[in-house]
Structure formats: C-alpha cells, structure tokens
Design a protein around this ligand. Structure first.
Ligand code: C2O
Ligand code: CU
Ligand code: CU
Length: 519
C-alpha cells in the first residue's frame, strides 16, 4: 500500500471502529524553501469551528500549511498577510531575530493588513517553528491550526543523514497538537475557567494536521524531528511495537538533538518527555519491525492546583469576536471526560515496508558542541513562578504588561537564571525568545519525573544541548546559563525587547509572561 492508501485505510478503520462519521483532518503539508516564500497568509477556513491555516504564496504556486526548509544563512523576505478576523503576528520560535522581526506581539498585524518581514537564519541546524503571538489571542489561534515547522539544515546535519544512510522518506518533521474531537469533528476553542488554569487539553492528537496520521518508511534508520505544538499537554513520547499476540514493547531510540540542534553525542532512550514548544531529534532503527505506534505514555502530570483561574479578559479581545462561534473562557465545555494531562494517547503510526538494507552504526559523535560551565562569577537572576488566587499563574508576582521593561540585561551579558516553581503549582514549559540557553542543574524534582533524569545535575535528556524552552515541574528549582549576545548589524541596533513566558498557551495568554529588554 502506498502512503496515501495507508492513510485512507487508517481513517476508514477509525470510522468503522467508532461507528462515527469520518474525522475531518487538515491536508498533508508540503515542503517549501524559506527563500521562495513571497507571502505568508494566515486565514480562517471554517468560521463555525474556527479552523485556520497558513498559506505560503511562492509566486507560481500556493502551498497550504507548508513545512519550511532553510539552510543556515538563508533569508526570509515576505509579506505576512492577516486574513483572520483578529490581530495576529508570526513568531519564529527559537530564531534569533531583531525585535522588529520577532513577531512577539509588540506590533501585531490588524485584520486585513500586511507586514513585510525580513531576516537571516543565523541559528544552528535544527527544528524551529512559527506560530501567532498576538497577546490575548495566541492560544486560540494556535489551537485553530496556526502552527508551522521550519527545518534548518547545514553541512553537519546533512552529513549525519548520509552517515545514517537515510532512505528517501525516512526523515520526517512532525508537529504534534492535541484537539478536542466530538462526533467526528474538531471542536472549537472554548475554554472554561478550569481550562484557563490547567490549559486547554484535547482528546486526540494531530500529527502535521492529521488525525491518525501514518507514514510508510523503509527498513533502516528513521530520523524524526518532533515538536510538541499542543496548547497545554505534555508528551511522554515512546514507540510501541504492538505484536500480533497483543504484547506491547517499547522500541529503543537515540536522542540526537533538542530545541537548538544536535547534541555532541546521542543518548539511547526508551521514552522522552517534551512539553509545549520543546523539540526532539531522534533516530530509530526500524529494521525487523513491521509497524510502530508513537504514543504519549501515561505519566503523573503533577497538576498540584485546584480551582479555577479567572477568565482572560484582555482589553484587546473586547473589539474582536472569537474565531469560532463560541466565546473564549466564558463557556464551560461539555467535553469533560477526555484524557487528562498524563493519560496515554496515540500520536501517529509508522509502517515499515521494503527490502532490508545494511544499517550503519550510529556515529558516536554528532557535532562539536562544548558543555563549558559558566564562569563562577556569573551573576544570578532569581525568577519565581507562583499562583495567585485572583490572577492565575505569574512570574515574580507580576502580571504581564505589554509596555513593561521587565528584565533589563546588557548586550552580551552572561547570566545564570535560577527559576523556582512553587510546590502548589503545575508543570510550566518556560520559553525565552531570541536566545538559546543551557540547562545546568535541577533540584526538587518529584520521584516519578526524577526517574527520567538520566543526566548529571538531575537533568533530563531533553535538558541537553541548546534550549529555548525548558520544563519546570512543581517544586523544582532550575539553573540556566544564558548569553545575551546579539549580532552588531543595524537590524539589532538600539534596545531590543524579547519575551520570557510559559508555553502553556492558556498560561501565556493568562499573563504568565515578562519582557526582556536587551540594552
Ligand atoms: Cu513559541 Cu513566545 O513562543
Ligand atoms: Cu518563541
Ligand atoms: Cu504555565
């Protein structure tokens, strides 16, 4: 069966199993070179459910929900066009861009307007992504389907593909997002007060916009770059081999890289945890297997918080209707029996077809990334994550204000950030715009999560490498090393404002965000 046939069979069997109408999924994305994009349009395709999409206009053709590809050093120069009924921006998560091109929401694009965005990709090869960031609308727009992948490559990255002898089709970039599916259709975004506290969770997962997505690969190494694009759900990723006798085993795999590209050397794992905004790059040898099911395995999600957060009443929202015909944070959704955060959920499947080939050994060394510790006199900045009964989750007890300075740091300054999450809290995936960082150490991790900590300093495998998003479990203290170096070019002249926020998108819209001003 070809790939299309496999997908169709997957959807048909779903319909048969549920006795429900077939689930509508978004179309499969196509690869687009970042350089070729002339216009990137954000548009709503379904005013009832509020589903939206990106369309890349390449001049001769248009591509819906593209996966963007770039070599390091290539440039983007395109018009971002807002065809949504709400303000929007396009933020390239993980890239180091000047404030004016960061799409962080300081100057959002009004409905019907366009903005020219130009930048050069300076970051390491790796999986990055783009999504809206207009304050107060981010969670709704990302849930609506506005999230795209940017795969950055370079010589080192391509040398690795060659060393793995990757068959065509054995390298995939995947965005996982959960959605609420009821009676075969994706429900609109309509979080109630508990959703504003815990985050908006779905009951099913989309992979690149598809429910029950599946890919056919050849025997040998498969390289998967995976993003957790969920609004609020953590994923404990594993690959189940579901044998005919009903026994399930987990296929071991190798962690090659994290948010900002390759690690110095791979790590062999059976499961890996990634929260909202985090990425992993993994290699999996599928020789001798017929099919694998990627799942999020059950875990203790540690929501140590009761009650509800106040609805998000952004002044900006008053002037615009929701994308779907339901008010945001006002209606309590009827879907209360879906899988909670930490419940097992299917993500996508892999079918192995073709003749077995020779499988080369995984290189012991992937790149030259040094793990140098910061100098002992590096100043420490203390950051506290707390829950305020009336306001919700806050950074340093301060609700976000778009025009605040927030933290001021010197250009080129090196700092250690000590981030302490309250014991009465939730996991918060904390994200810094524009700057990669290193995770130095963790303290206070609870037992179940500590068992996943395989690295020195109580760190998780996903703490390795260059990070832009890091998970803080309740009661944990994390130490990060940041380097606020910015290039000298005119585009970065003058003070530059970036953001530091929780990537649980309901928390982000709920004011768990601060500005970072680089002077
Ligand atoms: Cu992916 Cu400020 O976000
Ligand atoms: Cu970002
Ligand atoms: Cu959070």
């Amino acid at each position: 069966m070809n790939r299309r046939g496999f997908l169709a069979a997957g959807l048909a069997s779903l319909g048969a199993a549920c006795g429900a109408p077939q689930v509508k999924s978004d179309p499969a994305p196509a690869r687009v070179s970042l350089r070729d994009v002339r216009r990137l349009v954000a548009e709503r395709v379904d005013p009832v459910a509020g589903r939206c999409r990106y369309v890349a206009d390449l001049g001769p053709r248009q591509v819906v929900q593209p996966i963007l590809f770039a070599r390091r050093g290539e440039s983007f120069d395109a018009l971002i066009e807002n065809a949504l009924p709400q303000p929007t921006t396009v933020h390239f998560h993980g890239l180091t861009l000047p404030q004016s091109q960061d799409g962080a929401g300081f100057d959002s694009i009004a409905p019907g307007e366009r903005k020219r965005v130009r930048f050069e990709v300076r970051n390491r090869a790796g999986l990055y992504w783009f999504h809206p960031h207009p304050h107060g609308f981010t969670a709704e727009q990302v849930y609506a389907g506005l999230a795209g992948l940017l795969v950055v490559t370079d010589d080192e990255d391509q040398a690795l593909d060659a060393a793995l002898a990757l068959a065509p089709g054995n390298r995939l970039a995947l965005a996982i997002a959960d959605v609420r599916v009821e009676n075969g259709v994706i429900r609109p975004y309509a979080p109630g007060a508990p959703d504003c506290l815990h985050g908006w969770l779905g009951n099913r997962a989309l992979a690149n916009g598809r429910l029950d997505a599946g890919w056919v690969v050849a025997p040998g190494w498969v390289r998967l770059q995976i993003l957790n694009a969920c609004n609020a759900r953590g994923l404990l990723l594993g690959f189940q081999d579901r044998n005919a006798d009903g026994k399930e085993t987990l296929a071991r795999f190798h962690l090659l890289g994290t948010d900002g590209g390759l690690l110095a050397s791979p790590r062999e794992l059976e499961r890996v945890f990634l929260h909202g905004g985090e990425r992993v790059d993994i290699a999996l040898d599928v020789s001798g297997r017929r099919a694998l099911q990627a799942v999020s395995l059950e875990f203790d999600a540690r929501h140590h918080t009761q009650g509800a957060a106040p609805p998000h009443r952004h002044p900006a929202r008053a002037r615009y209707a929701p994308l779907a015909a339901e008010a945001v944070c006002e209606n309590i959704s009827e879907l209360r029996d879906g899988p909670a955060d930490g419940a097992q959920i299917d993500l996508f499947s892999i079918r192995v077809e073709g003749a077995t080939a020779r499988v080369p050994a995984l290189p012991a060394r992937l790149c030259a990334l040094s793990e140098a510790a910061p100098a002992p006199d590096t100043p420490t900045r203390r950051v506290r994550l707390d829950l305020d009964e009336r306001t919700g989750f806050l950074i340093d007890q301060t609700p976000y204000a778009i025009d605040e300075t927030g933290f001021s740091v010197g250009r080129g300054a090196r700092e250690v950030w000590e981030i302490k999450n309250s014991p009465i809290s939730m996991p918060h995936p904390m994200h810094v715009h524009g700057f990669g960082f290193r995770v130095l150490r963790r303290l206070g991790t609870f037992g179940a999560a500590r068992r996943l900590a395989t690295e020195s300093g109580g760190r998780f495998p996903t703490d390795l490498g260059i990070k832009d998003t890091v998970l803080a479990w309740p009661n944990e203290t994390l130490w990060l090393a940041l380097d606020f170096a910015l290039p000298q070019e005119a585009a970065f002249g003058g003070p530059q404002r970036y953001m530091f926020h929780c990537h649980n998108l309901e928390h982000e819209d709920g004011m768990m965000m601060r500005n970072i001003t680089v002077l």
